[in-house]
Design a protein around this ligand. Structure first.
Ligand code: SAJ
Length: 401
């Protein structure tokens, strides 16, 4: 008989994982607290944008292998994939992990595997065990482990299979059982460690990237001051065999890299110096960008006796996706609008937005006085722009990288 997997949280990680496992022969009981999400999935449809996900979900639902529900069910394996945001002041918020754990307590039985996939502060897998104990579950008969997700939005279905995975159990037996499970559908290596190391590994990966992007963003600010083209500089320095500077932009967005380093900083306090500084630099880059745009718009107004129309090219948190979560481009556009600047919001990957009329990029190029490249979407590359327009480019749109 097929093993049954209960996946708690059907978002960017839970749903692709559920759909993949269903297509690999597992019986999947997916759980979400949002009824419309459950209904959408049960119709074989999806509520998020991710290449290939629709095909996987449709096939899984049609074959009867994937069912979504508002409540958990008995299963052999439980996967918790719920959000871990932060409270005010960058204090990690693991409330959803705790409530998901409580929700599964009536259904877990001896011999089951309970996996936390959500990116979590160090110690959260232990908290899952403590919560189960408090709810009266005998955890000595369960296999509890952390296996952080590592997939890149836009490539989730491929990376879920191909990426190496890190598994850290709260006991060596839990690690072993969980590794066996991942090996049934992962073609990358499945690496063993303990729960705390696995938690820290995930936070380290995203902090490493954040720190490296901060370096590039700091360089971009310095180069602006020194009159140097930062993209040419980076291209040249990256020809050194041991140098690989990342790309500057309008800041760092998304729900991972702009969030996870704070989990380390919160626990590490004054000892987390570089990681904190990187977060601050990346946030500062967004504010610095706003100041640049405002200065250009005010100079235009002074010289022309009318307000400048500013085309904000891109709202998403990175190129070629429709995801606006924690997006610096959206924040910049919102801030300019809130301060009474005339903005034309351009985002080819969405058709509507509650705060803006979405303007086609070709129309924006004609109407705007100032064109600000915020996101390097493919639609924005090599566009012909009239000489009389002022261009502010934060993402090196036409630069060779
Ligand atoms: N960015 C730059 N310059 C760069 C690279 C990225 O400014 O050179 C910016 C992007 O524009 C974006 C932000 O960084 O605003 C984050 O984008 P990303 O593509 O670096 O990463 P995410 O947030 O889409 O996904 C990351 C990945 N982590 C790493 O690459 C270490 C992914 O593997 C994780 O699974 C994901 O976080 C997650 O869920 O934690």
């Amino acid at each position: 008989m097929s093993k049954k997997v209960c996946v708690i949280g059907l978002g960017y990680i839970g749903l692709p994982t559920a759909a993949l496992l269903a297509n690999r022969g597992y019986d999947i009981h997916g759980v979400d607290v949002v009824k419309s999400t459950v209904d959408t999935i049960n119709r074989g449809e999806i509520h998020i944008v991710e290449p290939e996900l629709d095909t996987f979900v449709q096939a899984a639902v049609n074959s009867g292998k994937l069912k979504a529900s508002l409540t958990p069910d008995i299963a052999d394996i439980f996967i918790i994939a719920v959000p871990t945001p932060f409270h005010e002041g960058y204090v990690p918020n693991v409330d959803y992990v705790v409530s998901a754990t409580k929700a599964i307590t009536p259904y877990v039985k001896a011999g089951d595997i309970v996996i936390l996939e959500s990116t979590s502060p160090v110690g959260t897998t232990d908290l899952v065990e403590e919560t189960l104990k408090e709810e009266g579950v005998d955890t000595s008969k369960l296999y509890i482990a952390h296996c952080p997700e590592r997939v890149l939005p836009g490539q989730i279905m491929r990376e879920l299979v191909e990426n190496d995975r890190i598994v850290g159990g709260i006991t060596p037996e839990a690690t072993e059982k969980t590794v066996e499970f991942y090996k049934t559908f992962v073609s990358g290596e499945v690496l063993s460690t303990d729960a705390r190391t696995a938690e820290m590994a995930k936070l380290t990966e995203n902090s490493f990237r954040d720190t490296n992007i901060a370096f590039a963003n700091e360089l971009s600010i310095l180069c602006d001051k020194f009159g140097i083209d930062v993209w040419e500089l980076i291209k040249l320095t990256n020809r050194h065999p041991r140098v690989n500077v990342l790309q500057p932009g309008a800041g760092v967005g998304g729900h991972c890299i702009a969030v996870d380093p704070w989990f380390i900083v919160h626990a590490g306090g004054d000892d987390a110096k570089i990681i904190r500084a990187a977060r601050e630099i990346n946030t500062y880059k967004t504010e610095w960008s706003i100041e640049k745009i405002k200065n250009a718009a005010l100079t235009f107004e002074k010289e022309n006796g009318r307000k400048a129309k500013v085309a904000c090219m891109g709202l998403a948190f990175k190129p070629d996706i429709d995801d606006l979560r924690e997006a610096p481009a959206l924040y910049i556009t919102n801030t300019l609008k809130a301060q009474d600047f005339e903005v034309l919001a351009v985002e080819p990957n969405i058709s509507t937005h509650s705060n803006f009329n979405i303007v086609n990029h070709n129309d924006a190029l004609v109407k705007a006085d100032i064109i600000v490249y915020l996101v390097a979407h493919k639609e924005f590359k090599n566009l012909k722009v009239n000489n009389d327009k002022i261009i502010i480019d934060f993402c090196g749109i036409n630069k060779e990288k």
